[in-house]
Design a binder for this molecule. Structure first.
Ligand code: NDP
Ligand code: BG6
Length: 494
């Protein structure tokens, strides 16, 4: 998948939050891979800014450490590493102090063919002063770009405030709002599957599809991450990643793959989400929080045990399941079941398209009833696509039906390293391609749908249902789908 490398123009990437976790774990490794593959060279510069009192050498040691920790040994080449590290420069500065801003001016190059990008890998509370300073110090120009990370707010109002602050300096076509799920190879592949094949589109509708499931299950816990408590699974995963997946599954074919063509269609999906509010929240949503004992009786810390003392008793959900509907012609009557959680039985993200039963079976029941077709798109791990269908069980003895699957395993089909999401997204910023980034109206439409659910939960203030670590979530989430006569797709079926 890395075989076709088109080099990008040289750039000055200014990374605010250069000493932080995101830079260390995601940005540096992603940039290393792109450099090692020859997608940019020594004409580019990465300028890190943070408060820690480091110099260039200390920052470069941090870069080296990140490479050693996150890059596969077989891909570390001493010469490439040294050349890569020489692109990094560091400015120690609190963003509110003028000293470092002046120093940044000495580092930035004012050449027309050098792309200038600002990556805000810092808490959103300092997005506004950073953008204001970029304008004040005249580091903005019409071709500069700014990259912002989630969470962009905790509700519609705060999201508007953050975007207003960024837009005091940058206009919409300069703003790259990251949702790293859109950068995942398998997520982009959804577009290819739907729109580069004639097979699925004619049956991608309520006449042929019974329901859709989207599951994003993680085995890691959440409690030690300071920001998670008070955020919870609905804001952390559903508002952004899962609704974006839903958009790609449910949208109409866009006219082209241009950013706004795609975003216009995604926005229509978000606008057609049936609101969940008031008493519907109780019926259509399930919140859970993990306890400490796993299904096999192994103990891990419960969410409550992971929390610091002042937060004990928190009602933050570490699991959420929802049943939602889209009010449009294509999806009328087709439920979408979503679930996501921490400390679940398996790390597994997938989209399940469950097709309807055939209208009439010519096979008698004694010979096995046809099982409806199902398309399973596995996003991670074991990336691939499986189409479950019926065949005749081979051999004599009459017509017996059997379910089998056509299997497209990406690992088997492409014997190459799958690039991580940030590799694609970081360089899309330099290429000026906003297709895989969220537009402001998408973000706000998502918050508009999420807010009433959050408000109802806060108003009733009921504790989330407990589930054991290492399971598939609270029993109510099973009931949510089973009372409709359906079941969550079992991981072992893949
Ligand atoms: P960290 O707390 O690890 O890093 C924050 C960075 O911001 C540090 O480099 C810190 O540097 C710097 N910083 C904080 N305040 C100032 C200031 N006043 N002036 C200059 N620098 C400052 O956070 P993360 O790296 O985890 O997250 C960064 C952003 O990315 C957040 O918005 C987060 O929500 C988002 N994000 C992170 C993900 C991850 O995997 N970590 C995933 C998705 C989103 P110093 O302490 O040296 O000043
Ligand atoms: C982040 C969430 O956006 O996505 C985390 O804040 C979550 O809570 C992570 O663990 C999941 O990303 P991935 O790529 O590991 O599926």
């Amino acid at each position: 998948m890395t075989s076709r490398i088109i080099p990008v123009k040289p750039f000055d990437y200014v990374v605010f939050g250069a000493t932080g976790d995101l830079t260390y774990k995601k940005l540096i490794p992603a940039l290393y891979h792109r450099f090692a593959d020859g997608q940019f060279d020594e004409q580019s510069k990465i300028i890190g800014i943070a408060r820690s009192n480091w110099n260039d050498e200390q920052f470069r040691s941090f870069v080296r450490k990140s490479i050693n920790e996150f890059i596969d040994k077989s891909l570390i080449d001493k010469d490439i590493v040294n050349r890569f590290i020489s692109l990094f420069f560091y400015i120690a500065n609190d963003i509110n102090s003028d000293k470092g801003w002046a120093e940044l001016g000495e580092q930035l190059r004012d050449e027309e063919n050098i792309i200038r990008a600002f990556y805000l890998a810092v808490p959103p509370s300092i997005f506004a002063p950073i953008c204001d300073n970029i304008a004040k110090w005249n580091y903005w120009h019409s071709d500069a770009r700014v990259v912002v990370e989630k969470p962009l707010g905790h509700d519609l109002q705060s999201s508007k405030e953050i975007n207003d602050a960024i837009e005091r300096t940058f206009c919409e076509d300069q703003i790259y709002r990251i949702d790293h799920y859109l950068g995942k190879e398998t997520v982009q592949n959804l577009l290819a599957l739907r729109f580069a094949n004639i097979l699925f589109e004619p049956i991608w509708n309520s006449a042929h599809i019974d329901h859709v499931q989207i599951s994003v299950c993680e085995t890691i816990g959440a409690g030690t991450r300071g920001y998670y408590d008070g955020t919870g699974a609905l804001r952390d995963m559903v508002q952004n990643h899962i609704l974006q997946l839903l958009c790609l599954v449910a949208m109409e074919p866009p006219a082209s793959d241009r950013a706004n063509s795609l975003r216009d269609e995604k926005l229509k999906v978000l606008h057609s989400l049936a609101p969940i509010s008031g008493e519907n929240v109780e019926k259509l949503t399930v919140r859970g929080q993990y306890g400490g004992v796993s299904a096999e009786g192994v103990s891990v810390k419960s969410y409550q045990e992971e929390l610091e003392k002042s937060k004990k008793g928190s009602h933050t959900e570490t699991f959420v399941a929802l049943k939602l509907a889209l009010k449009n012609w294509r999806w009328s009557g087709v439920p979408f079941y979503l679930r996501t959680g921490k400390r679940m039985a398996k790390r597994m993200s997938e989209i399940v398209i469950q097709f309807r039963e055939i209208p009439h079976s010519i096979f008698s029941h004694a010979k096995g009833a046809p099982i409806p077709n199902m398309l399973v798109i596995r996003l991670q791990p074991d990336e691939g696509v499986k189409l479950f269908m019926m065949i005749k069980d081979p051999g004599p003895g009459g017509m017996r039906l059997k379910q089998v699957h056509l299997n497209l395993s990406f690992a088997d089909a492409f014997n190459e390293r799958t690039p991580n999401a940030y590799e694609r997204l970081l360089l899309d910023v330099i290429r000026g391609n906003q297709t895989l980034f969220m537009r402001r109206d998408e973000l706000e439409a998502a918050w508009t749908w999420i807010d009433p659910i959050m408000e109802e939960w806060q108003q009733t203030d009921r504790p989330p249902q407990k589930y054991n670590a290492g399971t598939w979530g609270p029993t109510n989430s099973i009931a949510l789908i089973e009372r409709d006569g359906r079941t969550w797709h079992e991981e072992s079926d893949f």
